[in-house]
Design a protein around this ligand. Sequence first.
Ligand SMILES: NC(=O)c1ccc[n+]([C@@H]2O[C@H](COP(=O)([O-])OP(=O)(O)OC[C@H]3O[C@@H](n4cnc5c(N)ncnc54)[C@H](OP(=O)(O)O)[C@@H]3O)[C@@H](O)[C@H]2O)c1
Length: 317
Amino acid sequence: MKAISIAGYGGVEVLELTDQPKPPIKADQVLVAVKTAAVNPIDWRIRSGGLAKFIECDFPVILGREVAGVVAEIGADVSDFSVGDEVFGFLQQLEMKWGSFAEYVPADACKLAHKPVGLSFEQAVAIPVAFHTAQQALFQHGGLQSGQTVLIHAAAGAVGSVAVQLAHQAGATVLATASANNHDYVLGLGAHRVVDYHDADFGAKLKADYPDGVAVILAPFAGQSLQGSEPLVSATTKIILLSPVANPADMKIGPVKSQIMICAADGKVLEEVAEQFASGRLKMEIAQVFPFNQVVQAQELSAIERVRGKIVIKVSD
Ligand SMILES: NC(=O)c1ccc[n+]([C@@H]2O[C@H](COP(=O)([O-])OP(=O)(O)OC[C@H]3O[C@@H](n4cnc5c(N)ncnc54)[C@H](OP(=O)(O)O)[C@@H]3O)[C@@H](O)[C@H]2O)c1
């Protein structure tokens, strides 16, 4: 099969179009014929070797952690899926070998959901990581409840944009940060107030209007946006961080130590929410769809970290 693989760590030059054997599947897996893959910041962090301490690479490695496609084979223990089913999901794994930048990928059946007819393969592949992360950060880790106030950073990004919508749906007051050009977009997703995290005083300005501060902070990135949130933090605020922090001292914001979470794939939860995306009740913007031979350009765009929505790769028709 055709795959974009890497034989070692490095820059985009290590991404190669290669011929690879069709991947084997375990009893609890299905083989997916890939229609679309999505690009996540973790792909280029794995490629660069920056996550070598946490994620083991069995080279040659095929990157790509989100997939939408058609079931081509099923393992002996799989009963929820049949050959020909249209599926999508998050290929969560702590060792990297087979990914979705390829014609076929093995996937744990429990991490996949059936794709609703009303969702295209491009739309479906954009959902799993952003949805799982936003949902688990806000409700499982943050314990967010109706009537509480939440601050969502990087609200125009993939995770942040879903978090704004879920928090709004849950009856929370949603404060958000984004660059000025994204404010109307984030307000349209349901945020009550949006400020620019480049403004050093954004926390104090929000505190003037929300004197009780916030119950939960979702911070996809450490740095100025997280540190600037301090005026809104009280002893009971839960701060959820999604990326590693270079300096452990930066995890403490006012009286609270932030926690880093790692999202978990769950096909059943994805299946339950899929119709909300199909009906447009929840939205995921697609930043750009790249052809399969432009994975390099797709990863370069992701690494700029200024994308609004999700970057998708069309692997096959
Ligand atoms: N732990 C986990 O399980 C998990 C899961 C998913 C994602 N993540 C991590 O979460 C982060 C966000 O993921 P994503 O897919 O949402 O990324 P993304 O879509 O690429 O995020 C891009 C957005 O982030 C904003 N941004 C960039 N740098 C920022 C900063 N220093 N402070 C505040 N906002 C900033 C930009 O907003 P403006 O353009 O408005 O400035 C841009 O819209 C990534 O680091 C990713 O690796 C972790």
